[in-house]
Design a protein around this ligand. Structure first.
Ligand code: SF4
Ligand code: SF4
Length: 467
């Protein structure tokens, strides 16, 4: 199917916004303006006060706007006009947002001095300096660009998560899932790691990585990280090492077997959290073409091969005390290219910067090796599936349109096939937007879901019947 074919229920373009919505936008704009003024190089006399004002107004304004937008309408999913707005349909505003986001990520990863990060022992300036008081409060040191970014990231997930909960408020699965996303980001990804970093010295650098699982943390098996845990980290380092292995080898496969990869991808993961909340207006932009599905499988498994290769080279170097593998310097030829190309350029710059162009799950769909690992388990050894009551389907296409992973859900529903796809993150939005209650996310006996329900969509060459 073509990408836009699925929008077969015409929705009118919404009317303008009212006073309270405008008020919410203005309040948010004040917070954003403070960030921009700081970025422009202005130093506030009371950074702490202005930072609180900025974060507080962005949060408050977003919640006011979202509450007014969704609570004045009957419950149900409201995506009216989404294909007509320049902001959400790759129009001028969409491109502008994409370019600004991409540019921001380039600065964040490679030119943080332009965000105000201190150089050569000076003090932070600009945007990063605005976050100094909060960083001092948590860990007694000036902010880094990552602390600044983590704070803004968490703010976005919290405020836009509330917007998402209001939008999908009649759906219990979405409400609980989004609450877990917010709590996970706030505590597991932000507050606890930042506070732990304050207690850690250079010998316990690993301590802040509480989501310490390979291949998510692709550097888990790199020599500096292993040394930090095993040689300098004492009992705590050994504990982190064992827990990391346990999470990768035991916990992840078992829980993915029982509930699918959704436990991580759309409930806990920070990347998934941002995609589900800030990226929600762009979920329909994921391509549903079969050729893209094919590309997706090549790319995500290609990244898995790279992470295996890089890790194997790293472990070889660690155990043989060598800096080369197959005659190539391990850092220069394996670790650095992986960190640059996959760890930074793909997951960060493209992963978020391209939301308005390619949809909100570019990284999760095409690159994330953790998603790839869980996807293989989900596809071949899991109880998770989406069941379809084909007789009820009216082929409206809402499910396919709003599947952020580019799955043509409607094609399965029309055939009454259960959906068993490696890429499905179990967000449940296909089910939430279905007007006929056709789709149900379930965990059940795996033989039913795989043997009797082979994937039969599309051309002959991509059939994956394992029955
Ligand atoms: S198939 Fe449904 S649950 Fe799976 S990723 Fe797509 S929208 Fe989410
Ligand atoms: S499964 Fe539901 S949302 Fe999808 S095409 Fe059928 S009726 Fe529409």
């Amino acid at each position: 199917m073509k990408d836009q074919d699925s929008l077969s229920i015409a929705q009118p373009h919404p009317k303008g916004i009212d006073f309270i919505q405008k008020l919410g936008l203005v309040i948010s704009a004040i917070g954003i303006l403070i960030l921009l003024v700081a970025w422009g190089g202005y130093t506030f006399q009371q950074n702490g006060l202005f930072l609180s004002l900025s974060l507080g107004t962005i949060f408050l304004g977003t919640v006011i706007y979202a509450a007014r937008t969704y609570l004045t309408q009957p419950a149900g999913i409201h995506n009216n006009g989404i294909w007509q707005k320049s902001f959400t349909n790759r129009g001028m505003w969409g491109w502008l947002v994409g370019i600004v986001l991409t540019g921001f990520y380039v600065l964040l990863y490679w030119y943080p001095q332009y965000l105000g990060l201190a150089q050569n022992g000076e003090q932070n300036k600009g945007l990063v300096a605005l976050f100094d008081p909060l960083s001092q409060f948590f860990k007694g040191q000036p902010a880094s660009q990552w602390f600044m970014y983590g704070t803004i990231y968490t703010l976005l997930i919290c405020s836009l998560g509330i917007k998402f909960m209001l939008k999908y408020r009649d759906n219990r699965y979405q409400a609980i899932r989004t609450l877990v996303v917010i709590v996970s980001q706030l505590f597991l990804a932000y507050l606890i790691p930042e506070i732990l970093e304050g207690f850690s010295d250079s010998n316990h650098y690993f301590a802040k990585d509480i989501k310490n699982v390979w291949p998510l943390n692709y550097y888990f098996f790199q020599d500096w990280h292993l040394n930090n845990m095993l040689e300098h980290g004492g009992n705590l380092g050994m504990f982190y090492f064992v827990v990391g292995l346990f999470l990768f080898l035991v916990f992840t496969p078992i829980i993915t077997y029982y509930v699918g990869k959704r436990w991580y991808c759309s409930w806990v993961c920070g990347c998934g959290g941002l995609a589900e909340t800030a990226g929600d207006p762009y979920r329909h932009l994921s391509s549903k073409k079969i050729s893209v599905w094919k590309l997706e499988r090549w790319m995500i498994h290609g990244v898995m091969v790279l992470v295996f290769l890089m890790t194997f080279a790293s472990l070889y170097g660690y155990f043989t005390n060598s800096v080369t593998f197959l005659g190539l310097e391990i850092y220069a030829y394996f670790q650095r290219p992986y960190g640059f190309l996959i760890g930074a350029a793909f997951s960060g710059v493209v992963g978020v910067g391209f939301y308005p162009l390619l949809g909100n799950r570019v990284w999760c769909r095409f690159g994330c090796p953790m998603a790839g690992y869980m996807g293989i388990i989900q596809r071949f050894k899991s109880r998770f599936r989406i069941t379809t009551n084909g007789g009820q389907c009216i082929s409206c296409g809402n499910c396919s349109t709003y599947c952020e992973m580019g799955i043509d859900v409607r094609a399965y529903a029309q055939k009454g096939q259960n959906i068993v796809r490696a890429s499905c993150v179990g967000c449940g939005v296909c089910s939430a937007v279905c007007p006929r209650g056709v789709l149900k996310l379930e965990n059940g006996p795996e033989e039913v879901r795989v043997k009797d329900n082979p994937i039969l969509i599309g051309k002959e060459e991509i059939k994956m019947d394992v029955g």
